[in-house]
Design a protein around this ligand. Structure first.
Ligand SMILES: Nc1ncnc2c1ncn2[C@@H]1O[C@H](COP(=O)(O)OS(=O)(=O)O)[C@@H](OP(=O)(O)O)[C@H]1O
Length: 371
């Protein structure tokens, strides 16, 4: 418009026809330029040419710390072939799924790498053995990601199917291990064949603890939720004066490790199962974690420098990460003061468990020294 007015004032009428043609021509040329630019931009989006911004976050060698890749919000396709990412380590398993509005927790401008995979390793037990500590300690390893809650898939939720189970897992890069822990698996008869049906290569971790202490810990937890529970002795013995133990009580039954292990060995070989000492996990967490990392085929990254002994808690806790945050101890339900049980009852239970413990030591080739 401004162009037309200017021309009207400055030039005589005879030239107006030519001027109008020039105006139309320039509008038409602008339209052509706009079309060409727009189609090039759309092609770039379709081809997923997002490499430059991802590469800034994923330099060679920066293996898997960068789980997010910053993309401009207006250049986000729903699923992008990441075969263009330069190195294998930069690539998630097959496709880069970029969530849309169904991930409200993701910060604006960020997308997540990786896929949800079925677990490669499961902490299958034992209840009150120290399973939470092992999971929380191993998951600080950059090559490990874990489901936060106990899924109970193989014992209570099996009917929901493997896709439901997979949906509970965190996203992982191809090189990362997916883990979960559900301590009741170890004593559930159906679990070993079900895990074997998912994958015979699944690595299994069992955190074991003196079965007498474990039973008292289990009872202490139940009592905290059910204050009118009968006494420990009433539940543990059918006849205490005759020393007859009630093996139908779960708190006792769980500690018969040799019996449960026999069931597992029908489906898995011993070298697929790693036993963590619940006692040493408290006195030497770094040593136990070194063995767990070896078993999982991981570089020993979780070491002494990650732990400190918290005197108030009476347990090892995780040190403050370098970047930010605060030191982390497990919650109040871990490391409770145990209910006092009389010495005779404890001695009777030790006598009861001894042959089962010895059998267990023989089976696994390690003496846990529960005396
Ligand atoms: N670092 C650290 N901090 C706190 N607690 C620790 C730690 N390492 C091992 N433990 C022991 O873990 C016991 C709880 O075991 P679980 O996590 O397997 O319990 S549960 O089955 O998930 O309820 C818990 O048992 P209780 O002491 O009887 O409460 C602890 O003894």
């Amino acid at each position: 418009m401004a162009c037309a007015l200017l021309f009207n004032r400055l030039l005589p009428f005879s030239h107006r026809l030519t001027r109008t043609s020039v105006c139309f021509l320039s509008i038409f040329l602008s339209y052509l330029c706009y079309c060409a630019l727009f189609s090039a931009y759309t092609d770039m989006q379709k081809s997923g040419d997002l490499t430059p911004s991802c590469q800034r976050l994923l330099p060679d060698g920066a293996k898997r710390k960068s789980l997010s890749c910053v993309l401009p919000m207006d250049a986000r396709p729903s699923s992008v072939d990441v075969s263009r990412l330069k190195t294998k380590d930069q690539r998630p398993s097959s496709t880069l799924h970029i969530p849309r509005n169904d991930t409200p927790s993701a910060p604006v401008g960020y997308v997540k790498f990786g896929n949800k995979k079925l677990p490669n390793a499961i902490i299958v037990g034992v209840k009150k053995g120290g399973t939470r500590a092992v999971l929380e300690f191993i998951r600080i390893h950059p090559d490990v990601r874990a489901a936060g809650t106990e899924t109970h898939f193989f014992d209570r939720n099996y009917d929901r199917g493997l896709e439901w189970y997979r949906g509970l897992m965190p996203r992982t890069l191809e090189s990362q291990i997916t883990m979960e822990k559900t301590p009741s698996y170890f004593v559930t008869k159906e679990t070993p064949p079900r895990i074997a049906a998912m994958s015979r290569d699944t690595k299994l971790i069992v955190v074991v603890r003196d079965p007498v202490t474990r039973a008292i810990s289990d009872y202490t937890q139940t009592l905290s939720k059910t204050p009118d529970l009968p006494s420990f002795q009433e539940l543990a013995f059918r006849n205490q004066s005759l020393g007859i133990v009630d093996t139908s009580w779960n708190a006792i039954r769980i500690g018969l490790y040799a019996l449960h292990l026999e069931n597992w060995l029908q489906y898995f070989s011993l070298n697929q199962i790693h036993f963590v000492s619940g006692e040493r996990l408290i006195t030497d967490p770094a040593g136990e974690l070194a063995r767990v990392q070896d078993f999982l085929g991981l570089k020993r990254i979780v070491t002494d420098k990650h732990f400190y002994f918290n005197r108030t808690k009476g347990f090892p806790c995780l040190k403050k990460p370098e970047s930010s945050g605060s030191p982390r101890c497990l919650g109040k339900s871990k490391g409770r003061t145990h209910v006092q049980i009389d010495r005779d009852a404890i001695e009777q239970l030790r006598d009861f468990y001894r042959p089962y413990n010895v059998k267990f030591y023989e089976m696994v080739g390690h003496d846990f020294k529960w005396e």
